[in-house]
Design a protein. Structure first.
Length: 239
C-alpha cells in the first residue's frame, strides 16, 4: 500500500513539473510573439515617417524569421514595402512595390540600395491632368502602348483628345503634351493652361521621389504607366 502511494505521488510530481514547464514555454512563446509583432510595427511606422509620400496604407514585411534579432544587431538585410496610395511627383494614388537592402539602424538610419516598381494607372493620370488644368473636364484616359502615349478625352462630352508622352529625364518621369485635337482639328495647347510642360510640371509637385529613388525606365501599358526606379546608398530621413 505504501509503495503504491509513493508511486502515485511520483506520478503526480511529474505531471506537475510537466504542467508548469508547458505553461512557462507558452508564456515565453506568447511574449516573444508580442515582442516580434511590436518590432515589426515599429519598423513599419519608422518607414512611414521617413517616406510620407508612400501614403497611409503602407505595408512593410521583413525578410527572415526574427525581426528582434535584426533589431538587436541594428541591421535588417531586406525590407519589402508596398502601397496602393503613394505619390510619385505629380501622380497620386499609385501602386509601389519596393525592396530596401541592407538597412542599418543607429543614430542615422541608412539603406544600402533600393529597387522599386511603380504602376500609375489611368485613374491616376486623369487626376494629374485634372489637377494641372482644373477648368478642363477629363472624361476618360486610355493608353496606346504601341505608340507609347497616353490619350485623354477632355472638354465637354470628351470632344477633345489630349495626347501625352512620358518623358524620362534626370531620374524623373514627366508627361509632355504631344498635341490636342477637337473634332480632329489641332488646337494650341496653351488653351489648356498647362503649356507644353504637361502634368509633370504641376505647381507644387513633389521634386524628389521617396527613399532617394531615381527613375530608370518607363513603359506605357494598357493599365497605365509602369516605372522602374533604383536608389543607391542613402539615409532614411526621419527614421
Amino acid at each position: 500500500m505504501k509503495h503504491r502511494l509513493m508511486k502515485t505521488r511520483a506520478v503526480m510530481r511529474r505531471h506537475l513539473v510537466l504542467t508548469v514547464t508547458t505553461a512557462v514555454v507558452l508564456v515565453a512563446a506568447v511574449a516573444t510573439g508580442v515582442a516580434e509583432f511590436t518590432a515589426r510595427n515599429m519598423i513599419q511606422n519608422r518607414i512611414a515617417e521617413a517616406a510620407p509620400s508612400l501614403g497611409d496604407n503602407v505595408a512593410v514585411s521583413v525578410a527572415g524569421d526574427w525581426v528582434l534579432w535584426d533589431l538587436a544587431h541594428k541591421n535588417i538585410p531586406r525590407l519589402d514595402i508596398s502601397s496602393d496610395d503613394a505619390r510619385l511627383g505629380p501622380l497620386s494614388q499609385v501602386s509601389v512595390h519596393a525592396q530596401l537592402d541592407d538597412v542599418r539602424l543607429g543614430g542615422t538610419a541608412t539603406v544600402g540600395s533600393t529597387h522599386a516598381e511603380v504602376t500609375a494607372r489611368t485613374q491616376s493620370l486623369a487626376a494629374a491632368i485634372q489637377t494641372v488644368a482644373p477648368s478642363m473636364p477629363v472624361a476618360s484616359v486610355t493608353t496606346d502602348p504601341a505608340k507609347g502615349t497616353v490619350l485623354a478625352a477632355v472638354g465637354p462630352a470628351g470632344a477633345g483628345q489630349l495626347t501625352l508622352r512620358p518623358v524620362l529625364k534626370d531620374g524623373k518621369v514627366t508627361l509632355a503634351v504631344d498635341g490636342l485635337t477637337v473634332f480632329g482639328r489641332s488646337i494650341p495647347t496653351s488653351r489648356l493652361g498647362m503649356g507644353n510642360g504637361g502634368p509633370g510640371s504641376a505647381p507644387g509637385a513633389q521634386k524628389d521621389y521617396p527613399l532617394g529613388l531615381k527613375a530608370t525606365s518607363v513603359h506605357v501599358r494598357p493599365d497605365g504607366l509602369h516605372i522602374a526606379l533604383t536608389g543607391g546608398p542613402s539615409t532614411l530621413a526621419g527614421a
